[in-house]
Write a protein that binds this ligand. Structure first.
Ligand code: V47
Ligand code: SF4
Length: 392
């Protein structure tokens, strides 16, 4: 421990800029940084400096542990009433014959295809289809739970929920309670994009706004459910929009403590209405992860979603504040492959994920959705895992 403190002290003392040095001193003292200081880190701090601070915070919180879970995704449909400019995945309702719509039976068949496999979570998220309403999903969740009661159901972005509740004419409180009673355990963090109206109005004008998104998460937290939060970055937003976004989340977290994980999502520019926007560089990506780790001091976890970043860059984030690599996923998640991510077929076996984490000298730990430890793979022999069907 002492050597780590000495190391980070030396890093802070070596910076030749008083405001940046003050930020380092605050971080070391466990104090919160202000929005102005967050902005300064984006604008002026050398990446090795921000990265070293973020890595220090990560190691204080989690040591070397790097979490992942064993999950699978169900995407009920890609037909969507909204028209987010960055989305390469959805098909407007008017063109629904170009998209897909899964029936309840088809989705249950996906769940059943994992019978006997040690997955702990199903992640359900898709487009906003006018016919897949609140009661359709209540029925689906009840059937999933009847089939496999211990499978954690993480489902529906605040965007999907806002539409479902309005259409069913129920309050957010009532709707969340109905879903929770049916077996919805937690919510993913999608749909947050960039909260500030200056950007939101340009990239996803017609879906729930910042206050609506935050209120749905707050309602879930008040019911005792945990949720995640995302930020779609690296397009037309400025640094200060990112700080504004993270600040709104930090404030809600102070109130409810219901968020588990912050997940920055790198904008990919293939086949969408924002293809003219250049994607961010790896240096900018690492800077963002590091500032996020420093700014979001009340978020326990920072996740890099590897299907979007690519495997090598995901490994790199583990030195810039990240302590979670999402899951094995095991499926045909299309939202990123359709927008141009490196991972056209995002599936990694547990063995592959464990060795990815070990390669960069971190400790692979399988968790469940709520970060209870399922298994620590630090001493696991990857060669033995390779021949064990449970891990492949
Ligand atoms: O809200 C859409 C993003 C999100 C693009 O909570 C894009 O554990 C990049 O939220 N480039 C949905 N991103 C996915 C999501 C998620 C994923 C993994 C884990 C969790 C979790 C949540 O996908 C959308 C949007 O921000 N997205 N198009 C694109 N072109
Ligand atoms: Fe629909 Fe979500 Fe795509 Fe927006 S990002 S168009 S809400 S599927």
């Amino acid at each position: 421990m002492e050597t780590i403190i000495t190391g980070i002290r030396q890093v802070i003392d070596s910076i030749n800029d008083t405001p940046l040095k003050n930020i380092g001193d605050k971080i070391l003292a466990g104090e919160r940084i202000t929005p102005e200081e967050g902005l300064l880190l984006f604008e002026k701090a050398p990446l090795p400096y921000t990265g070293a601070l973020a890595n220090w915070v990560r190691e204080q919180k989690h040591g070397n542990k790097t979490y992942f879970n064993r999950n699978f995704h169900i995407e009920p449909t890609n037909v969507c009433v909204f028209a987010c400019k960055f989305c390469a995945y959805s098909r407007l309702y008017a063109h629904r014959e170009e998209g897909w719509e899964l029936s309840t039976e088809q989705m249950l068949d996906i769940v059943k295809s994992y019978d006997g496999k040690p997955v702990t979570e199903v992640h359900i998220v898709g487009g906003v289809h006018p016919k897949m309403n609140l009661y359709f999903f209540i029925d689906l969740i009840e059937k999933i739970k009847a089939h496999r009661p211990n499978l954690h159901v993480k489902g529906f972005t605040a965007v999907e929920l806002d539409y479902m509740f309005r259409k069913a004419k129920v309050s957010i409180e009532e709707g969340m309670k109905l879903l929770n009673t049916a077996g919805l355990d937690s919510m993913p963090g999608g749909g947050a994009e960039i909260f500030h109206p200056e950007i939101r109005s340009q990239i996803c004008d017609d879906k729930v706004n910042a206050d609506g998104w935050l209120y749905i998460h707050k309602t879930a937290h008040n019911l005792g459910m945990h949720t995640n939060a995302t930020m779609l970055y690296g397009h037309i937003e400025k640094y200060w929009h990112r700080i504004d976004h993270m600040d709104r989340l930090r404030q809600l977290q102070d109130e409810t403590h219901g968020f588990n994980t912050f997940i920055p999502l790198k904008f990919r520019n293939k086949d969408n209405d924002m293809s003219y926007v250049k994607e961010s560089t790896v240096i900018e990506d690492m800077k963002l992860y590091a500032v996020a780790r420093l700014y979001m001091d009340n978020f326990p976890h920072l996740k890099a979603y590897w299907p979007m970043l690519g495997r090598q860059n995901a490994q790199l984030t583990l030195s810039f504040g990240v302590n979670d690599l999402d899951g094995t996923i095991d499926d045909t998640t299309k939202i990123y492959s359709m927008a141009g991510s490196e991972e056209q077929n995002p599936a990694l076996s547990t063995t592959q994920l464990v060795s990815l984490i070990k390669q960069v000298n971190r400790e692979p730990v399988e968790r469940d959705t709520l970060y209870n430890i399922v298994k620590n793979y630090q001493d696991a022999d990857v060669a033995e895992m390779e021949v064990n069907p449970l891990y492949n």
